[in-house]
Design a protein around this ligand. Structure first.
Ligand code: ADP
Ligand code: MG
Length: 655
């Protein structure tokens, strides 16, 4: 437990300089001695013994104890990667896979991508022959099972961050239980930050011998964390986060500050506001080094959070949920928790998924607070009143219970799991979402009358993109626009193509974007951006001048060429629509047939699925304009204070 009795934020102003002893700086220590100081080090032999003895080992330990970075190395050192075997470690988040792999590569003393590598969607930094430890997202390992159902090249598979219960973690646990029966030599490690080990244990032992699985708990020292609350709720948590961070900096001598926000937009606004204040810092106050941590950053940018603060200054790390458990940053003494998290949720009756900003669960709030007490006592400032605690959910429900099951079911079928009732779910998804998914797959001609996958279904299951985008790639043959759909698919897979330049929020980017604006909407605008980039740009200076993110654009090029190989494999022609935007938009409808909305005289839209009120997201080129036909398709639904549609294109109602 971390929560000390709550106190009001007002005490901040009265507090004298608190003296928090600073932890001995790890930078002076060699990587080897840093490894030995981690709590997991004492358990090395015991862990290796259990993994030898038991098919399934469940490891529970506080975040930061060394599970993710050390365990795969112990296994490597003990010979588990001999004879061409590979040790896999899965992560629910891409950022965790890449940053941990970079760290472990330097601990092992190898170039990233050789002995230690990572694989995330569209980015493979591993070597078929050389890589011995492979960090990867759970989704990638699951997809690998489609091609190699026994996952035979892995001697040990570590399902990390299992407590998070991401969709693909659950699905992997399900198929691993099957694979394990066919491959007795396979070793499975399930690691978790919280004490839900018993449920994983019961899951693996049901229908098997009690000798099937064992649990190891790593003791980790945890310092007390004092928790402070706001007296009254805030309507602008970013502004409040800036104020609280500012006060912490003035009142305490040492210790970095970790600020939990919901996403990239929040983080950028927070950093912008705090950076603006820096010139007004009193001379005797510590300097502030602001850093961001979210999934839109490059691997190098992500690693910046680990570099120590400069002398006489402190790091202020503005992070998403990534920092809650998957990435541990040493030196944090203060946590500022906005109290919200962005999650994907799914409404089976309308069959629409949306990204919603919702209050965190109690489990998350406790975990976030705990980040302040790793190396010394700390303080967590929650940006809501203590009375709100009573209304928080105990834990976030597993993703499988609140997600669109269409793609997962397609993939399970492709693995030969036709009888979904017999699959050993760790949590059963709601019957309605299974039913809707099956209906969708039949309507999309991916499952035939006999309940089996069609040829197209089998191919789409292999494609590393969302089902509706895959479907557009397939229909592009009919509409002769493969060339353009390929580009749109790649641009959609990359996020954050447009940059919000420092100091001129929105304005400049808006102006720059106008140059690429297509009347028909955002998809064609993205196409224009891509074409201009490949024709004139391909340089970071060109991107900068046009308020585009060079890294995102380069990623789009790489994704496009990867998707282009799938088109070739599936014998889909790459014809150009030769500027015929109508054909292209018809092709978009073939994928977005559920995401249709109609314009209303008051400027809002109504979803065709369930008549919900929708607003256009301000980033859309249709933000200020009525679509000529009154009808649109949209890529994404985001819920903050209202429901907003993002990436929109005009269509004809009779399509
Ligand atoms: P766990 O998985 O148990 O939460 P980790 O293995 O992720 O623990 O972390 C162990 C230690 O390694 C932590 O102290 C963390 O700060 C450190 N660490 C992880 N990645 C890096 C990195 N890229 N640079 C510096 N330190 C790192
Ligand atoms: Mg970890």
């Amino acid at each position: 437990g971390t929560a000390a009795p709550g106190s009001s934020l007002d005490r901040l102003t009265q507090e004298q300089e608190s003296v928090i002893p600073s932890a001995p700086s790890d930078n002076s220590l060699s990587l080897q001695s840093q490894r030995e100081r981690l709590p997991i080090a004492k358990y090395r032999d015991k862990l290796l013994y259990c993994i030898e003895q038991y098919p399934i080992t469940i490891v529970v330990g506080q975040t930061g104890s060394g599970k993710t970075t050390q365990l795969p190395q112990y296994l490597l050192e003990a010979g588990w990667a001999a004879a061409g075997n590979v040790i896999a470690c899965t992560q629910p988040r891409r950022v965790a896979a890449t940053s941990v792999a970079a760290r472990v590569a330097s601990e092992v003393g190898t170039v990233l991508g050789e002995e230690v590598g990572y694989t995330i969607r569209f980015e493979d930094v591993s070597d078929k022959d050389k890589t011995r430890i492979r960090y990867m997202t759970d989704g990638i390992l699951f997809r690998e099972a489609l091609l190699n159902p026994l996952l035979s090249r892995y001697s040990v598979i570590m399902i990390d961050e299992a407590h998070e219960r991401s969709l693909y973690t659950d699905l992997l646990l399900g198929i691993l239980k099957k694979i394990r029966r066919k491959r007795p030599s396979l070793r499975i490690v399930v690691s978790s930050a919280t004490l839900d080990a018993k449920s994983f244990h019961d899951y693996f032992c049901s229908g098997a011998s009690p000798q099937e699985a064992t649990i190891i708990s790593l003791e980790g020292r945890m310092y007390p964390v004092e928790v402070a609350y706001l007296e009254a709720p805030t309507t602008d948590y970013i502004k409040t986060a800036v104020e609280v961070t500012w006060k912490i900096n003035l009142q305490h001598v040492v210790g970095d500050i970790l600020v939990f926000l919901t996403g990239r937009e929040d983080i950028e606004r927070f950093l912008e506001e705090i950076t603006e204040l820096i010139p007004s810092l009193p001379r005797d106050a510590p300097q502030i080094n602001p850093v961001a941590l979210h999934s839109g950053l490059s691997t190098e940018e992500q690693l910046k959070v680990f570099s120590p603060a400069k002398p006489n200054s402190r790091k202020v790390i503005a992070a998403t949920n990534i920092a809650e458990a998957s990435v541990t940053i040493d030196g944090v003494h203060f946590v500022v928790d906005c109290g919200f998290v962005k999650i994907r949720s799914y409404n089976p009756s309308s069959q629409l998924s949306s990204l919603s900003t919702v209050p965190v669960s109690l489990a998350s709030a406790t975990q976030r607070a705990g980040r302040a007490g790793r190396t010394s006592p700390g303080i967590c400032y929650r940006l809501y009143p203590e009375s709100c605690l009573a209304s928080l959910a105990v834990a976030t429900p597993p993703e499988i219970t609140r997600t669109d099951m269409t793609t997962p079911i397609l993939q399970l079928k492709s693995l030969g799991i036709d009888d979904l009732m017999k699959f050993e779910w760790i949590s059963v998804p709601p019957a309605e979402s299974i039913l809707r998914a099956l209906e969708t797959l039949v309507a999309a001609r991916m499952i035939g009358e006999d309940g089996r996958l069609t040829v197209m279904g089998q191919r789409v299951a292999e494609c590393p993109i969302e089902l509706r985008i895959a479907r557009m790639l397939f229909s592009s043959k009919e509409f002769s626009c493969g060339e353009e759909i390929l580009t749109i698919a790649a641009m959609i897979a990359v996020q954050d193509v447009f940059v919000i330049p420092d100091g001129a929020p929105g304005a400049l980017a808006e102006l720059e974007r106008r140059k690429f604006t297509a009347e028909e909407g955002d998809h064609l605008t993205l196409l224009n951006v891509y074409n201009a980039f490949t024709r004139y740009g391909r340089s970071s200076s060109w991107c900068k001048a046009h308020a585009l993110n060079f890294r995102a654009m380069s990623r789009a090029m790489s994704i496009r060429s990867q998707l282009s190989k799938y088109m070739m494999r599936f014998d889909l022609p790459k014809q150009s629509c030769e500027g015929d935007a109508k054909r292209l938009r018809q092709c978009l409808v073939s994928g977005y047939w559920r995401n249709v909305a109609r314009w209303m005289a008051d400027g809002t839209y109504r979803s065709i699925q369930n008549d919900q009120i929708l607003h256009v997201h301000p980033t859309s080129v249709l933000f200020t304009r009525k679509p000529r036909t009154g009808w649109v398709v949209f890529h994404e639904l985001e819920e903050t204070k209202k429901l907003q549609i993002k990436v929109i294109t005009e269509i004809e109602p009779d399509w």
